[in-house]
Design a protein around this ligand. Structure first.
Ligand SMILES: [Zn+2]
Length: 854
């Protein structure tokens, strides 16, 4: 499709001559409840100025058809003006009014206006999702973040529905079976931030008010929505409680009144990402409405996302990046604010920085070691680049570097900088330099070299301690080695740990210093007694991989779980995982650490990441000759800890889920079946619906669930979630036919919604089924370009990433991947990036297996 992939150059050119005064968008979605209706009517009126009268330009529009285009009262022929992706305009006046009357398609991929019908009650639900560039699937738009404008939406929908948008509605009129909702104009916002949510959603309402410094009272109506059939599980009080704490906190920190009037939060079905910060109308994945028991880590994760999106109301919505190069200006900040806010706003999730250190940073380390890594401020040539940049660098590394900036420049300079940034650039667009200028004002420091080292270069440094001692066991020198292509200034704390009287490993000394060179001596440590453990980057101030000296590593092998402090222990876990991934610690040694100490891990989020990492270690990093034994050890460990866990605890649930993931022998699978049948019980463990599906997946993957049994389970849980999990179970059956069916459902048709594409891939690609799926490696590489050309980018990304033969860890698969890369130098850069990353995972797994074998 010509022009579908808007380039930065085109966007800059357009912004250089255009200014947009207003959009008026009318949508008629009364057809949504008719499954046969594929499209809805979309009429856009745009008022815009042009500084070069006579010039040409274009709008972006991905529509099924265009009925009419009128520029300044002059009708244009849609057949020539519209090419399927753009509406071309010639002979612009200084002031223009354009009207585009189009038919746009309901989406099944989560991009644009997504339509979902609830299997429970047959009700239909709609919502929009646009970032980075899918507003053009719903109305004609200048699809780039720096052409901001006020938007006025009018939506005609079935009469029984409610409709929300960024602004509150001003008027609702009823006409037979339809109601028309007229919304107030928004403040100037970017196209990707506009939103419509429509359907018979269940809604909970509340209110927030705050007296501002000047004595005026800010009133913010609050609401939270979900599908009706989820209402019994909807804990809106908890959600709105976190929301109010967050509004208090960000008003205190940012000193800029919330600028978008009301604050709605919609939990929507088949959502592709965690959430989206549409001003005044945030959308979340509805899996955040917990219909079965989840651990507190899930509640913490949801609260983090609520605060992340709320921070965007300022970082991103009020002040927006000019182009996607500076996506970090909103995502790194929001990611940082998610954890910072959980602690600062006095929510009950006081361990948020532990989660950040252990889980969020793991994402950053992984991404930053791919050959495709990039500086935090990226070079984004076009929309496909932009789509792939919602990654571990832009979010987690960026947030880690902001945490380091707070340590380096001070939190007062950082937040005073934020306050000035909002006031100076409200409703505008910014680049890196705009932020640095302000931070230099408030910190009094030259941040150009800091930014060059941290924001404009890629890669992660490793910090390694070198300890020399004298005959009495006193430190003669503690030096820190910094490795990496670029050496950076790290403000870090060094923790010295020893056993206390009860045997716990506790910090006896904390030394804070700047590490700037390849080798830095910690002068303050000289003369101290050699501790049992030297922990670099204690308190997790900087972004780096930490290594250990030999004696400290021995201490960890003997007593990692005895480290008393949650954050220090999480850092140690993270470090030994990095050693495993870097082929410096055999996978079986890492698994032994997990088996030995995970049972005493108090932090539930850390425990759950240990589970997934241990599973990966067996599946990918262990010597294949030992893999079977490693898998049995994990399953035995899961069963042992499940029986030992406190009845009714989060830990018990986490171990039950881990047992479901690892079960392989007859003892484990027998218990799984017994739990499902009710013939076996674990005291305090409630086998609720989501746990049932996890147990069925274990049986299905082992070939021990019949189609009739799975159909029966679906009949008792014929919900959106039930259908997804049933699909995953079918794809997880260990037969050639089941794999062929899952593959074909995804590859041979584009009828499946995003959620079922994902479920099929997840079931198909179980690592334990590597023998069954090996014959799909060759067709995968043959299909790549066609998939990339034919599918929407969201679905193409899932297929390319999910069907890559990741479990086929062999030189032969590596050669196949290399062959494709060598043979397709001109494939779309975003497609090559995805393949390069999966290929790199494979090469890493081969190195780790060699280490484990040695
Ligand atoms: Zn975000």
């Amino acid at each position: 499709m010509p022009g579908k992939n808007l380039s930065r150059d085109e966007a800059q050119q357009r912004a250089s001559i255009l200014g947009v005064d207003a959009y008026r968008v009318r949508l008629d979605v009364t057809s949504a409840t008719d499954p046969a209706a594929a499209t809805f009517r979309s009429t856009t009126t745009v008022a815009f100025r042009c500084t070069e009268p006579g010039a040409s330009t274009f709008l972006d529009l991905l529509a099924a058809g265009v009925r009419a285009v009128t520029l300044n009262g002059r009708a244009l022929d849609p057949a020539t003006a519209f090419d399927g992706a753009r509406v071309h305009l010639d002979g612009l006046a200084a002031e223009n009014v354009l009207v585009v009357d189009a038919d746009c398609a309901y989406s099944r991929t989560g991009e644009g206006l997504h339509r979902f019908t609830d299997p429970v009650d047959g009700e239909t639900y709609l919502y929009t999702h646009y970032e980075p560039a899918d507003a053009r699937r719903v109305f004609a738009t200048f699809e780039q973040p720096d052409l901001k404008a006020p938007f006025t939406f009018t939506v005609t929908a079935p009469a029984a529905w409610n409709v929300w948008s960024n602004a509150p509605h001003e008027n609702v009129t009823e006409d037979g079976a339809a109601r028309t909702w007229e919304f107030a104009p928004t403040r100037p916002i970017s196209t990707y931030l506009t939103a419509v949510v429509a359907g018979p959603y269940h809604v909970a309402r509340d209110h927030y008010s705050r007296t501002l410094a000047d004595g005026t009272v800010l009133e913010i109506p609050l609401s939270a929505m979900c599908r009706r059939s989820l209402a019994p599980s909807f804990d809106a009080d908890e959600i709105l409680g976190v929301t109010k704490l967050g509004l208090d906190f960000f008003h205190e920190q940012f000193d800029y009144p919330y600028p978008f009037g009301k604050y709605d939060q919609a939990f929507v079905p088949e959502y592709n990402i965690g959430a989206m910060e549409n001003p005044g109308c945030v959308t979340f994945r509805e899996e955040f409405v917990f219909r079965s028991r989840v651990t507190d880590a899930a509640y913490e994760g949801r609260a983090n996302v609520i605060l992340h999106e709320m921070a965007h109301m300022w970082f991103g919505d009020l002040v927006t990046m000019r182009w996607w190069d500076d996506l970090w200006l909103k995502e790194s900040f929001a990611d940082f604010m998610g954890s910072y806010g959980l602690v600062g706003a006095r929510t009950r999730y006081s361990g948020a920085w532990v989660t950040f250190a252990n889980q969020r940073k793991a994402w950053a380390y992984r991404q930053d070691q791919f050959p495709t890594t990039h500086p935090i401020t990226a070079d984004i040539r076009d929309l496909e680049d932009a789509k792939l940049n919602f990654d571990g660098i832009t979010y987690a590394k960026g947030a880690s570097v902001l945490k380091q900036l707070v340590a380096y420049a001070g939190s007062e300079a950082f937040f005073e900088g934020a306050r000035r940034y909002f006031k100076r650039h409200a409703f505008g667009n910014t680049e890196l330099g705009d932020l640095l200028d302000i931070l230099e004002e408030t910190s009094g420091r030259d941040l150009k070299s800091w930014a060059a080292a941290w924001l404009q270069t890629a890669g992660v440094n490793a910090l390694t301690p070198e300890v020399t001692v004298d005959a009495e066991g006193r430190i003669t020198e503690l030096a820190i080695h910094q490795d990496g292509e670029v050496l950076r200034p790290h403000r870090i704390a060094v923790g010295l740990y020893d056993r206390d009287a009860d045997g716990a490993l506790v910090r006896t000394r904390r030394i804070e210093l700047d590490v700037t060179e390849a080798r830095t001596v910690v002068a303050e440590a000289t003369g101290l007694a050699r501790p049992a453990l030297v922990l670099l980057n204690d308190d997790d101030l900087t972004y780096c991989k930490i290594r250990f000296d030999a004696e400290s590593l021995e201490t960890l092998r003997a007593g990692l779980g005895d480290i008393e402090d949650d954050l220090a222990r999480a850092l140690a876990w993270s470090a030994v995982w990095n050693l495993t991934r870097d082929a410096l610690m055999p996978a079986r040694d890492y698994i032994a650490l997990v088996l030995r100490f995970a049972g005493q891990e108090a932090n539930i989020g850390v425990l759950q990441s240990l589970h997934s990492q241990a599973k990966s270690a067996v599946d990918l990093y262990a010597d294949p000759a030992w893999r079977g034994e490693g898998g049995r050890l994990l399953a035995d460990g899961a069963l042992r800890e499940l029986r030992a866990a406190a009845p009714g605890s989060d830990h018990q649930l986490a171990w039950a889920r881990f047992l479901a993931q690892t079960a392989n022998g007859s003892e484990h699978l027998g218990l799984v079946r017994g739990l499902l049948a009710g013939t076996a019980r674990i005291d305090g463990l409630e086998v609720d619906q989501e746990l049932r599906w996890a147990l069925w997946l274990a049986l299905a993957a082992a070939g021990q669930a019949s189609d009739e049994e799975l159909a029966e389970e679906l009949a008792t849980d014929n919900t959106a979630s039930g259908r997804r999990q049933h699909t995953q179970c079918l794809a997880a059956r260990p037969t050639p036919e089941a794999k062929a069916a899952a593959w074909s459902a995804v590859i041979d048709s584009d009828e499946l919604p995003n959620a079922l594409v994902e479920a099929n891939i997840a079931g198909f690609a179980l690592p334990g089924h590597r023998d069954l799926t090996s014959l799909y490696a060759a067709p995968y590489f043959k299909l790549l370009e066609r998939i990339w050309a034919d599918r929407t980018i969201e679905i193409a990304m899932r297929i390319v990433g999910g069907f890559f033969p990741q479990a086929q860890v062999s030189e032969a698969t590596l050669a196949e991947a290399d062959g494709w890369l060598a043979g397709h130098p001109d494939a779309a850069p975003a497609l090559r990036r995805l393949v390069l990353e999966r290929r790199d995972d494979l090469a890493r797994a081969l190195r780790a297996q060699a280490c484990d074998r040695a």
